[in-house]
Structures are given as structure tokens and as C-alpha cells.
Design a protein around this ligand. Structure first.
Ligand SMILES: [Zn+2]
Length: 102
């Protein structure tokens, strides 16, 4: 009688890293290189699609895009920096500078 008792010492505890993207999206560098066109709306449709697809999977690039987008919007929303004359006068007074002739 053969009693082959297997001690169940085969505990394969492989860490589950299920983040294997089958269709590898474009690398972040390539995305970043095209972000300005993307935000300007000047990127080709396929480029936009690729970037959108990448952003859906890459939180890092999403942060970059959000920050860039906000910066660009803010910058464009701002009129040419203009101080109210009163504030300008006070500012120049505080700085002890002659106010420029407007
Ligand atoms: Zn990325």
C-alpha cells in the first residue's frame, strides 16, 4: 500500500497586478508632446482619440492635462493685465516710483 501524502506546501501567492493593458496605449511622453495641440484643438482627430484613450487609463497624464487646460483657460480668460488707476497710483506710491503717464 502506497500512501503518498503530499504536504500542501505549494502556496503560490503571486501578487495580482491585473493592470496589463493588452492594447498598449501611447506612452506618456508621446502624449505630453501633443498636449498643446490637443488643448488648442489643433490635433488631428485620431491624435485626439489616442490621447483621450490614454487619458482614460493614465491618471498621471489626466492630471497634467487638467493642470495645463486650467492654466491655458485662465491665461486666455484674463484680459491684458490692467490695474485700476487708483490701485496703480497706490501701488506706485508704495513702491516709491513715479507713476507712468497713461
Ligand atoms: Zn500617461
Amino acid at each position: 500500500m502506497t500512501s503518498s501524502t503530499q504536504s500542501g506546501a505549494t502556496s503560490s501567492s503571486a501578487p495580482q497586478l491585473g493592470a496589463t493593458s493588452s492594447s498598449a496605449p501611447r506612452p506618456c511622453q508621446e502624449i505630453c508632446a501633443q498636449l498643446s495641440d490637443y488643448l488648442d484643438g489643433e490635433a488631428a482627430a485620431e491624435v485626439c482619440a489616442a490621447i483621450d484613450a490614454h487619458l482614460a487609463t493614465c491618471p498621471d497624464c489626466r492630471v497634467v492635462v487638467n493642470t495645463l487646460d486650467r492654466t491655458v483657460r485662465l491665461y486666455r480668460a484674463l484680459p491684458a493685465a490692467e490695474l485700476p488707476p487708483e490701485a496703480a497710483a497706490r501701488l506706485y506710491a508704495v513702491l516709491d516710483l513715479p507713476a507712468p503717464a497713461l
